[in-house]
Write a protein of this length. Structure first.
Length: 439
């Protein structure tokens, strides 16, 4: 066994020799040594309930996925220039879940690579380079992805939107620019204004990218009608519509397999990442025949690791498990149970301003009576939950949204445990201190 190195030593080495902009979770970082189901375990054998990791889709270290990977790894791993069943099989598994129009796949290694390729496709298909994206959206870590990620370029260390990126306001119907019934139409009108502005400069729109629930924005559900109307506006201008399903895809929404299906639209391109490999780096881009034809303009697309037999064996097994074990249905049942229990908590604790989301992709926003975001309390809550061995994360532009996006195998017992401890911490003095601040 490896020598047990103290957390202090691990931190001090990281500080000296690992990237300076890497961050650590929690005031007192935790070391994890193994995972199983919805749990992670620390070196002392303490288990933590993971309500955050939407990568470990079918459960941490799922035996069938591990076996599919190790069996194939022992046999062969090469690039996709050789014929192999695995890449075809994974394509078939994915196509089965998608609308019939989306039936061409490219395999890559991360969500960033998927969005990078999607934007290349937009440029090849339209000849345009102007992209419309959401405020506080995040689409990946590569150059192009950062250029369309307001979460990064509008945040610390960023330099604002580049010339070819156009940002519509975060479509937050709870506390954003437009609220209430007409919010969807009003935010879509903002998209229209951006299209007009680009056209007035003598250019046209290449593409439009958004997540069906904007995760870094604080689990923001797109208001009703927004996506359908925006797609119409973009398509009328000759643009391409991308649904970033890196977080929302593969059954997590409960009611639907993909997030865009909640809005009765069919994108031209869908990007798929995190859950597809259950922790193994594999991602994909699904597109229409039309987009694929335009992209195949003579330049070969080569990706050393994308679509290799090991990754494809793993991706296929993940999708088979989601289907066979009815995990989309579980996301719906457990997600709705959790949402209704969280709403009961919101009733009891007015600090919870809104509970939102779909399936096992939920958010709890903490505000005071004037809707002022309560960052300190949110941070306290996440850290106190960790003291009780429940892992949660905080997001949103004001750092006041707790995210719940556990492995899809999350059970009712897990949900009850989460609610029990949330209730306990919400009752603590610090969580009510904001009321005293105001008086
Ligand atoms: N798109 C979205 C919506 C994401 O949340 C992320 C990662 N958080 C990415 C793209 C990039 O994926 P990756 O980190 O796998 O490159």
């Amino acid at each position: 066994p490896k020598k047990d190195i103290s957390n202090k030593e691990l931190i001090s080495y990281r500080k000296k020799h690992l990237g300076k902009s890497l961050s650590l979770q929690y005031k007192q970082p935790v070391k994890m040594v193994r995972g199983f189901g919805p749990y992670l375990m620390d070196p002392f054998g303490k288990k933590y309930l993971d309500t955050v990791n939407n990568v470990a889709h079918v459960g941490h270290e799922n035996y069938k996925v591990v076996k599919a990977g190790t069996d194939q790894m022992a046999l062969l791993n090469t690039n996709s220039r050789y014929l192999h069943e695995n890449i075809n099989e994974l394509a078939k598994e994915l196509i089965e879940t998608l609308p019939k129009e989306l039936n061409v796949l490219h395999f890559v290694n991360s969500g960033s690579e998927a969005n990078e390729l999607a934007i290349r496709m937009v440029k090849a298909a339209t000849g345009e380079r102007d992209i419309i994206a959401s405020e506080v959206g995040y689409h990946g870590n590569s150059n192009m992805c950062i250029d369309i990620s307001s979460y990064k370029f509008d945040g610390s260390g960023g330099n604002g939107a580049p010339e070819n990126t156009h940002i519509f306001p975060l479509p937050n119907a709870f506390r954003g620019k437009y609220r209430g019934e007409n919010a969807g139409a009003n935010y879509a009108e903002e998209v229209k204004i951006l299209v007009n502005q680009v056209q007035q400069k003598g250019r046209n729109i290449g593409g439009f990218i958004v997540e069906p629930i904007i995760s870094c924005g604080g689990q923001i559900e797109l208001p009703s009608g927004f996506l359908k109307k925006s797609y119409e506006i973009i398509r009328n201008a000759g643009g391409i519509c991308i649904s970033d399903e890196v977080q929302t895809g593969c059954g997590r929404m409960g009611k639907t397999f993909w997030g865009f299906q909640l809005h009765n639209v069919v994108p031209d391109i869908v990007t798929i990442g995190k859950p597809l490999g259950n922790g193994h780096p594999i991602a994909a881009v699904a597109c229409t025949q039309k987009v694929a034809d335009k992209f195949a303009n003579g330049m070969e697309y080569f990706n050393t690791f994308g679509g290799n037999p090991v990754s494809c064996a793993i991706g296929t097994e993940v999708l088979k498990i989601v289907k066979k074990e009815k995990l989309q249905e579980n996301a719906l049942i457990i997600g709705e149970f959790l949402k209704s229990e969280l709403k009961k908590l919101a009733h009891k604790f007015p600090i919870i301003g809104e509970v939102r989301g779909q399936g096992l992709f939920l958010g709890i926003e903490l505000v005071d009576s004037k809707l002022t975001p309560l960052k300190e309390q949110t941070n306290y809550l996440a850290n106190r939950m960790k003291d009780h061995h429940i892992l949660m994360s905080v997001d949103g532009p004001d750092h006041n949204v707790l995210k719940i996006k556990p492995p899809l195998i999350f059970s009712k017992t897990n949900a009850k445990e989460l609610i029990y401890f949330l209730k306990k911490i919400l009752s603590e003095d610090f969580m009510n201190s904001y009321k005293k601040d105001k008086s």
